[in-house]
Every structure is written in structure tokens, then in C-alpha cells.
Design a protein around this ligand. Structure first.
Ligand SMILES: NC(=O)c1ccc[n+]([C@@H]2O[C@H](COP(=O)([O-])OP(=O)(O)OC[C@H]3O[C@@H](n4cnc5c(N)ncnc54)[C@H](OP(=O)(O)O)[C@@H]3O)[C@@H](O)[C@H]2O)c1
Length: 245
């Protein structure tokens, strides 16, 4: 992995206001990338851009709105001229059991975790195809490889990310790199919006579970982005030692 392959790359990150996306933005900016931060919480994005300096910008974005992704891509091109990398990382995990009927939470997970990825791909693909190069990453989850009770809809959205990205890889393999990241349990704000009493009871001692820090996932993304031009890192699966599922 070489810093030269990161330096000056224009890298757009959704879900950059906290957790994995924010940690990766810091590391990528340190390596000389131009980072474009997208999420809904403007205060947090603004603060991070102030910390990172001139090579960072933010665009307030709700990935469940197609026009917001189109705007994100357009604003990035206006400021930096082109896009090298789009990382669809935004996601939510308000998990519950089916019998609890939290249909609005299912809808939001589908809108953000699935449609958000599709809208990102749709917004950036014409630009990358015209340029004849580019790299699209998305964050799935180990829940996108294996499901378990209580995570059915979240898991379904992450299985969908896998299907979308693997199909995209086959369609654009001649010119565009496609990478799916599958993190296991990672320290972040994910799950802060869980409302299910059954999940709360089940995962009551969640804090005691082994977890990776966000930097572990940031390092995997840096590994994928920093490869030479002909190397397409398609999938990276990471779990903390001690996580079995
Ligand atoms: N932490 C884990 O254990 C783990 C494991 C596997 C996979 N993942 C995946 O990793 C990704 C990042 O999550 P994280 O762990 O870093 O959690 P996090 O700290 O909660 O970060 C989630 C990010 O997504 C953004 N987001 C949520 N809804 C959005 C929307 N509608 N539009 C734009 N941005 C939105 C949030 O920003 P705003 O609220 O400001 O919009 C935030 O920046 C997610 O896709 C998650 O599913 C995490």
C-alpha cells in the first residue's frame, strides 16, 4: 500500500459525520486525499471539515433522497473537478423482532441502507464511465453474509448491498473498481436508535461484546483504495477476535 495512490484522490464518503466514516475521513485526509463528507448532521460535518482543512468539504446529504446524492456528486465536481472514489457508507440499524411490527423502522433501513447505496451509484456512475475509471465502495456488514434472530431487516438490507455491489462489479469490471466492506462489531454510534425492548433485553450487555475500533475499518478501506491501478479489491470481511457470527 502506498501513500501515492491516496494522495490527491477525490474521495466522497457518505455517513461521514460519525463512526467509521469520520475515522476514515481523518485517515484519508492525513494521507493527502481530498475528502468530501456527506451526512445529515451539518454541525458534525462542519466541525470535521474545520479540523481537516482546505482539502475537505462537506455537503449536507440525506441518502434516502435521490436528489441529495445527485447534488453531492455535482458539488464535488464543481469544487474538485472530478471524483475518484465514492464510498456508500451511511447506514442505520434500528433492529427488532418481526413480531414487534416496527414497520416504520424497516422502511427507514430499506430507504437508507439500500436505496441510499443505489442512489449513490446512480449519481456517480455516468461520471466514472465517462472518465473511464473510478472506484465505488459500499459498507455491508457480516450481517450481510449471515443473519440471526432480531436482525432480519437490517440483515436483508446488507444482503442487498452485497447483491448490488457484486452485480455492479460484473457490469463495470473493465474500468471501475468495486469493493464491499463487511465489518463485524465495531465501536460507533450504530444502534443508538434501537427502540425494541426485546433487542435491548437480548443485547443488554452489548458494551461487553468484543468490538473493533473504527480505525480497523478505515484501514481496510485505505488498503482497498491504495492498491495499484490494476488491482480490484472486491471484498473485505473483518471481525474482532472473539466474535463468532
Ligand atoms: N458499527 C458496526 O458494528 C458495524 C458493523 C457492520 C456494518 N456497519 C455499517 O457501517 C456503516 C457506518 O456505520 P457506523 O458503525 O460508523 O455507525 P454510525 O456512527 O451510526 O454512523 C452512521 C453514519 O451514517 C449516517 N447516516 C445515517 N442515516 C443517514 C441518511 N439518511 N443520510 C445520510 N447519512 C446518514 C450518519 O450520519 P447522520 O446521522 O448525520 O446523517 C452517520 O454518519 C453503516 O452502513 C453500518 O451499517 C457497522
Amino acid at each position: 500500500m502506498t501513500q501515492e495512490n491516496i494522495k490527491d484522490k477525490v474521495i466522497v464518503i457518505t455517513g461521514a459525520s460519525s463512526g467509521i466514516g469520520a475515522a476514515a475521513a481523518r485517515k484519508l485526509a492525513q494521507l493527502g486525499a481530498k475528502v468530501v463528507l456527506a451526512a445529515r448532521r451539518e454541525d458534525q460535518l462542519k466541525e470535521l471539515v474545520q479540523e481537516l482543512g482546505d482539502n475537505a468539504m462537506y455537503v449536507t446529504t440525506d441518502v434516502s433522497r435521490r436528489a441529495d446524492l445527485d447534488n453531492l456528486v455535482a458539488q464535488t465536481i464543481t469544487r474538485f473537478g472530478h471524483i475518484d472514489v465514492l464510498w456508500n457508507n451511511a447506514g442505520i440499524m434500528p433492529i427488532s423482532f418481526f413480531e414487534e411490527g416496527h414497520v416504520e423502522e424497516w422502511d427507514r433501513m430499506i430507504d437508507i441502507n439500500v436505496k441510499g447505496v443505489l442512489y449513490g451509484i446512480n449519481a456517480v456512475l455516468p461520471h466514472m464511465l465517462a472518465k473511464g475509471e473510478g472506484h465505488i465502495l459500499s459498507t455491508s456488514s457480516v450481517g450481510g453474509l449471515k443473519t440471526s434472530p432480531g436482525i432480519g431487516v437490517y440483515s436483508a438490507t446488507k444482503f442487498a448491498v452485497r447483491a448490488i455491489m457484486d452485480t455492479l462489479r460484473e457490469e463495470v469490471a473493465q474500468t471501475i473498481k468495486v469493493t464491499t466492506i463487511y465489518p463485524g462489531a465495531t465501536q460507533s454510534e450504530l444502534g443508538h436508535d434501537i427502540t425494541s425492548p426485546k433487542i435491548k433485553a437480548l443485547y443488554g450487555n452489548l458494551a461487553a461484546m468484543p468490538k473493533m475500533d473504527e480505525e480497523a475499518i478505515a484501514n481496510a478501506v485505505i488498503y482497498a483504495i491504495s492498491q495499484p491501478g490494476n488491482i480490484n479489491v472486491n471484498e473485505v470481511v473483518l471481525r474482532p477476535l472473539g466474535q463468532t457470527r
